[in-house]
Design a binder for this molecule. Structure first.
Ligand code: ARG
Ligand code: GLU
Length: 714
């Protein structure tokens, strides 16, 4: 592993205060440690990650596999985002006790609410196992053999690496399969809801403010980890006790100023920082615009109904938010990629790369990589576009098509796996349909269908769909289907599915107008798009792995290559910093409660403010949490974050909690592909606002009492 030696060599050289990147916590010594200290950090690498002594990593957990949370008391109290705990808060809500609307605060531990299925995972140890995973692979004759050997080595490692009986081992690939890491982890299953502010605080600004700065959201909720009497993971039980962590984060009451050091510690999900220019070009010019167009049409139709009916507004709120979140992100991402000239910069970098390949006399190995990328992506683009059209329209935004697609899979189950599997799948589907149809309106869906099916016909490359479908009158088609199809209500669908035998169910399905259309278009997609799409994707994956290998071998140290996010624990760092989103505009890095009041619209579903918060504001009753007579709410920094970093702790130079990560600024969301320190910013809730809400707004002083509040700046 030549590049590893190379890495160790470059890490020893002095470096300047660079930012950006998501770094592996066990490998911070050297370059990262030096950079962080140059930015003002007072800790060393061992304080952040250590196996032998307690360190910051012992206070950071993966929250339900998708978000991050941190331990903030010696009794297992954890803090994450409101939007991360949203479905748990919702699941305990009823019309009478609507915790989403009113908030929830357990007044004592016995009032905390259990959440079946919710888990949190601690990382106990991270070990580089690249050598062990790749052992023997140099002799593999085909790529397939190589993959099989890698999988075998990984399962051996998982089985044989030391761990306690209540722990487990996982292996993850980094740098597109050029490095492998083993994680020894501990997963807790008894995690109870402790507190949440009302949505008018926790989700203040909703979709209008989402991905935006200036922001004023108290996006937090509190849970508690419970363990058995030996402090180990256990299934829920009344006899479980609050978990005693190895470390919990002290909380700073001293706040932040511009240029203060910040460190974000969490579980970023996915980034693609090393795409070739051609891939970014296709994303910007072809894929993102089509996804944006589809979602825009769906949102527009839903919005009309939601504005006119309270019932539909409630039913579609969560669906709408889900569609809107990435719709808005892709728009910002595209604007940012254009504004930062990401494609041109990537092209320049590629020229520099080719020059290095030549200098190193490695043309044979790497000289044609970029040409191969070009060729592969050119072949790929139509398939990729068709794939995106299909998944956005059929699997995501038209509910009848989504239902139909699941029924098509059911028919396949009968063909390939027999009656028993069919009946099991059918029962499962019925349970899912029963709950999804509770939030369904055929009127809304019909409008979305009509719009999106036309977009699908216009946008899918012509070679993949039939002339008959292209030229069909979509209005007629829509009317016909929504008048007749059983897929438009739970009762009719249930009737259809409860026919006496699997064969009669399938026969009836095949006579259904809605199902017929789904089947025809899905079969086209399966026959003409999917196989080639998957083959091309595999080819591109192989190229990407080689490209990454070459970059690791040949890049100068200034390039600071970090592995793409892969839902493993990472450290990113930077400083509190404002930015200039456009000419003549400068954004300050901190927002205040004044801004909440400025945005306040009584009874609005996005910008209403609870009366008690207004009263506290008017009395300037901020307790020890205010600063110079003002209450800080959110702040931004140059930390390189992505989805999955929601709920991550923002930590100061000495290891104290100063904030809670929850979003990024619109102009900078392209950082998943290209991080630009001049406009990429993460958004955090100021921890003093969280304490203020818990103490002054919710009167939950007993929670404040279990925390460790500190004054590092005094
Ligand atoms: N944009 C943030 C993150 O991806 C927050 C999302 C919360 N949802 C919302 N619709 N406001 O995911
Ligand atoms: N809100 C995102 C999440 O849920 C984090 C923001 C981002 O993508 O940076 O993970």
């Amino acid at each position: 592993m030549k590049y590893i030696k190379f890495f160790i060599f470059v890490l020893a050289l002095p470096v300047f205060a660079q930012q950006g990147g998501m770094w592996i916590p066990s490998l911070l010594e050297g370059m990262n440690e030096t950079e962080m200290q140059a930015l003002g950090m007072k800790m060393n690498a061992e304080d952040i990650y250590s196996v032998n002594q307690s360190s910051l990593k012992d206070a950071v957990v993966h929250f339900n596999g998708g978000c991050t949370a941190e331990v903030i008391s010696n009794q297992g109290l954890i803090l994450t985002n409101h939007h991360c705990g949203y479905s748990q808060i919702q699941s305990h809500s009823t019309v009478k006790n609507d915790y989403l609307a009113e908030g929830f605060w357990a007044s004592s531990k016995d009032k905390e609410l259990k959440n079946p299925g919710l888990t949190v995972t601690f990382i106990k140890e991270i070990t580089d196992v690249t050598k062990q995973v790749l052992v023997g692979t140099e002799k593999a004759k085909t790529e397939k053999n190589r993959q099989q050997l890698i999988e075998k080595n990984i399962s051996q490692l998982i089985k044989n690496s030391p761990k306690e009986p209540w722990q487990s081992n996982r292996v993850k690939a980094f740098y597109n399969g050029n490095q492998y890491m083993l994680f020894r982890v501990e997963t807790f299953k008894d995690v109870r809801l402790v507190g949440a502010p009302p949505s008018s605080i926790g989700k203040f600004g909703s979709d209008t403010d989402n991905w935006m700065w200036p922001r004023h959201t108290g996006d937090f909720s509190l849970f508690r980890i419970y363990a058995d009497k030996n402090n180990r993971p256990a299934e829920y039980s009344e006899t479980n006790v609050p978990y005693q962590p190895k470390h919990h984060l002290p909380i700073s009451l001293d706040g932040v100023e511009e240029n203060d050091f910040t460190l974000i510690f969490g579980f970023p999900g996915r980034t693609s920082e090393y795409l070739p220019a051609i891939a970014v070009e296709q994303l910007v010019n072809t894929i993102n615009p089509s996804r944006i167009k589809i979602r825009e049409a769906a949102l527009k139709e839903q919005d009309v109904f939601m504005r006119n009916s309270q019932d539909i507004k409630i039913k579609y709120a969560s669906k709408y938010a889900g569609i809107a979140n990435y719709y808005k992100k892709w728009i910002g991402e595209n604007q940012g990629l254009k504004k930062s000239n990401a494609i041109a910069i990537k092209k320049e970098q590629e020229q520099a790369f080719l020059k290095r390949v030549k200098e190193a006399k490695l043309e044979e190995a790497y000289g044609s990589l970029l040409d191969n990328f070009d060729a592969a992506y050119k072949d790929f683009v139509d398939y990729n576009l068709a794939y995106n059209y299909f998944s956005e329209v059929f699997l995501r935004n038209v509910e009848l098509l989504k239902t139909g697609f699941q029924l098509y899979q059911l028919e396949q189950v009968l063909d390939f796996r027999g009656e028993k599997a069919f009946n099991d799948r059918k029962e499962n589907l019925l349970v899912n349909f029963e709950s999804s149809f509770k939030n369904y309106s055929a009127k809304v869906d019909q409008k979305v269908f009509e719009k999106l099916i036309s977009i699908y016909a216009d946008g899918t490359p012509k070679q993949f769909i039939t002339d008959k479908f292209i030229s069909a009158n979509k209005k007629e088609l829509t009317k016909n289907i929504y008048n007749k199809s059983a897929l438009t209500s739970f009762t009719s669908l249930q009737n259809l599915l409860s026919k006496s035998s699997p064969q009669t169910v399938i026969k009836a399905l095949n006579q259904d107008k809605g199902y017929q259309l789904v089947k025809e278009l899905t079969q086209d997609f399966y026959a003409k798009v999917l196989p080639v799409y998957q083959a091309k994707q595999l080819e591109i994956k192989k190229l990407q792995k080689q490209y990454m290998k070459a970059l690791l071998e040949l890049s100068p140290k200034e390039d600071r290559l970090f592995p793409d996010a892969n839902s493993t624990l990472r450290v990113t760092y930077g400083k509190v910093k404002g930015y200039s989103p456009k000419d003549a505009v400068y954004y300050e890095p901190v927002s205040y409660l004044e801004g909440v009041i400025e945005k306040y619209i009584p009874d609005d579903y996005e910008f209403d403010v609870p009366q008690k918060l207004i009263d506290l504001y008017e009395a300037k009753d901020y307790g020890k949490y205010g600063y110079n007579g003002k209450m800080p709410v959110n702040f931004i920094g140059t930390n390189h974050t992505t989805g999955g970093n929601s709920g991550s702790p923002a930590i100061d130079a000495e290891g104290n909690l100063i904030g809670l990560n929850f979003d990024r600024v619109w102009e900078g969301t392209m950082s998943d592909i290209y991080y630009d320190p001049s406009i990429s910013r993460n958004i955090m809730v100021d921890v003093r606002y969280i304490l203020f809400i818990i103490d002054k707004f919710a009167d939950a002083q007993h929670l404040i009492e279990e925390m460790t509040l500190v004054h590092p700046k005094e």
